[in-house]
Design a protein around this ligand. Structure first.
Ligand code: BG6
Length: 380
């Protein structure tokens, strides 16, 4: 039932505030109250892992498509926040080129459906290699999935469900958002156990997480119309480059994937700095550039990249929460999201890209919920 929405994809984009609320209600202890930190429990997270697992030396993530992009955001959180070396590999690549065997390793497989053959094969390869190893390697496997009764769950030691409810649209939206919430709680839980996060940072981050559902709602309300207008302007664009830095590089990849999947526009995501080393030669007045530029450490560099793209003639859309008038002049179109700590910005920068892909696909008269050539593994 589309519940009055024109398509499942739009309905599922609009369900995201509720999905985040549900995931936080599950993974955050309700009695954790940042206003009375004296009485805080040891950890604010409901994650029942053995103590040794929190001491892992390395995390390896395998996934495909959108789920892999969630893994790339997580890599940033796990490395920069929790200080754990983390690698991400496409499940299909991992099968023929697995990571070297290491001890004290957590392997995480991420899949919305829990049935993606490449991801299941990767988990099997990881398990087999460990069981055949001469030395006993301490290791764990964890599945993050929207289908807790799936094949993935049977293959791993632990499962964290994403609780997004059934996703019908082939292009993943709300399950990606739910994967981000689970990964963020996981990275924070590691950071707390490893004592690399100050109590104040933790209190602030939990408080910020709890604001997310309302902030996503605000983004949806305020940006729906402006994004329709932008979509009309760029309905016929053939090429699009999405730029992001840091965590938002993964969102650039995800935004480009949403555009490819639903609009068939040739879209590519790049790290802003890396784009300067060659790919910038692509730009002219026909190539649309979308810059993800939330306030924070990489804002100035991102703006410089955007400015460079504009100098090369490209029309420029900015997704930002910086509203100074001098900066606004850089972007031909500005999509404004609520102010948020840079660390959590992917939660807010992804939604405008989902809405934009949806709106352009509809303008183009395409079957948004069932794009050509791709399928969704729903329930096995
Ligand atoms: C692909 C889909 O086949 O599978 C992508 O086209 C999807 O949209 C990917 O992200 C991974 O799916 P899952 O179920 O493993 O998350």
């Amino acid at each position: 039932d589309r519940q009055g929405f024109a398509h499942f994809m739009l309905k599922e984009i609009y369900e995201q505030p509720e999905v985040v609320r549900r995931c936080l209600a599950t993974y955050l202890k309700p009695d954790w109250n940042s206003d009375r930190d004296a009485a805080l429990p040891a950890t604010p997270f409901n994650l029942a892992f053995p103590e040794a697992l929190f001491a892992v030396a390395e995390i390896q993530i395998v996934a495909c498509g959108t789920s892999r992009h969630a893994g790339l955001v997580a890599q940033y959180w796990l490395e920069q926040l929790a200080g754990i070396p983390t690698r991400v590999r496409s499940a299909s690549e991992f099968v023929s080129a697995p990571f070297p065997l290491t001890t004290n390793t957590l392997t995480i497989a991420v899949t919305q459906s829990g049935e993606t053959a490449d991801t299941l094969a990767a988990i099997e390869v990881a398990k087999k290699r460990r069981s055949q190893s001469d030395v006993s390697l301490q290791s764990w496997s964890l599945g993050i999935t929207n289908q807790p009764d799936s094949s993935l769950t049977k293959a791993v030691d632990y499962t964290l469900p994403t609780l997004a409810g059934a996703e019908v649209g082939v292009a993943a939206t709300k399950t990606f958002m739910a994967q981000l919430v689970v990964f963020c709680c996981l990275a924070l839980a590691f950071a707390v156990r490893r004592r690399v996060l100050s109590p104040q940072q933790l209190v602030d981050t939990i408080a910020a997480l709890r604001l997310l559902p309302d902030q996503i709602e605000t983004t949806l309300k305020q940006q729906h119309e402006p994004i329709q207008t932008v979509a009309q302007t760029f309905t016929d664009v053939k090429d699009c480059i999405v730029l992001g830095r840091g965590m938002n590089r993964a969102i650039a990849l995800e935004g480009a994937l949403k555009l490819k999947e639903t609009t068939y526009i040739h879209a590519e995501g790049y790290a802003g700095g890396e784009f300067m080393h060659g790919p910038i030669a692509l730009l002219d007045a026909k190539v649309l550039v979308i810059a993800i530029a939330p306030a924070g450490n990489v804002y100035d560099q991102m703006l410089a990249n955007a400015q460079k793209a504009k100098t090369n003639g490209a029309p420029l859309i900015g997704i930002t929460n910086v509203t100074e008038s001098s900066d606004r002049a850089v972007f031909d179109h500005q999509i404004t999201v609520p102010a948020i700590d840079e660390l959590l910005s992917p939660f807010l920068t992804v939604t405008p890209l989902q809405l934009l892909a949806y709106a352009i696909a509809v303008q183009r008269g395409l079957d948004v919920d069932r794009p050509r050539n791709i399928t969704k593994t729903l329930i096995h």
